[in-house]
Design a protein around this ligand. Structure first.
Ligand code: BG6
Ligand code: MG
Length: 212
């Protein structure tokens, strides 16, 4: 293992509720049924694909133009909610793990489907901590396609087989394995049979990686 690639949403910081509130507002406004269970299906999935999943419950069909407007409406609300994010919202154990990885000379990156990655990192004060950032603005195919992780590996100048991915989404574990990387599952991703390791805390990742 030479490098660790972290997913952002749900691994570094929890944005599930913010996504939920923003999509819920869009759905209510358009009379589309939407609940937490559907929100869980959106983990790791791009904004456009998330909308498609939500619209499966709609009786109406929407033009491309209308879909763009629905995504814009959701993202405007989401961005306003992101404004309240701060350093203390970083999930427990993340800073300690990052510090230990840096001390051990392991390179670290972000591999996220989110087009708001840079904004989120800036809000939580981590915009300069990672050796590389690959996000939703740079890819054609979102997870479970491995593209975002392969972009991160290329930026880190690390071979995919020497990369370890930390993910909370089943689609993210699939993406890591499709990219020939080691996959560590946290939270919801533990249900994926493809995960190489399953952990409950960030410090367990230090154990899996055999850090000093
Ligand atoms: C992922 C989230 O990180 O980013 C998904 O897990 C989200 O829920 C996706 O849909 C895209 O986010 P954004 O910020 O580009 O709308
Ligand atoms: Mg995630």
């Amino acid at each position: 293992m030479k490098s660790v690639i972290f997913d952002l949403d749900g691994v570094i910081v929890s944005t599930d509720d913010l996504h939920f509130m923003a999509w819920k507002s869009m759905a209510d406004r358009n009379g589309i049924p939407f609940d937490r269970q559907i929100n869980n299906l959106l983990r790791g999935v791009s904004r456009a694909e998330s909308l498609e999943i939500i619209l499966r419950k709609s009786e109406k069909s929407y033009s491309e133009q209308q879909k763009q407007e629905l995504m814009q409406y959701k993202n405007d609300i989401y961005i306003k909610l992101l404004d309240n994010l701060k350093h203390s919202d970083i999930l427990p154990g993340v800073m300690e793990l990052i510090n230990r990885l840096k001390k051990a000379g392991v390179k670290i990156a972000i591999g996220s489907s989110s087009k708001n990655t840079r904004k989120i990192l800036q809000k939580i004060g981590l915009e300069t901590v990672f050796d590389a950032i690959a996000d939703g603005t740079e890819i054609q195919h979102s997870k479970p396609d491995p593209e975002v992780f392969l972009v991160a590996a290329r930026k880190l100048e690390t071979k995919p087989e020497d990369c370890v991915v930390v993910e909370d989404a089943v689609a993210g574990i699939e993406a890591a394995k499709a990219g020939n990387m080691t996959a560590i599952a946290v939270g919801d991703a533990a249900s994926s049979s493809l995960a190489d390791y399953r952990v409950n805390t960030m410090m367990q990742i230090a154990e899996v990686l055999n850090l000093e």
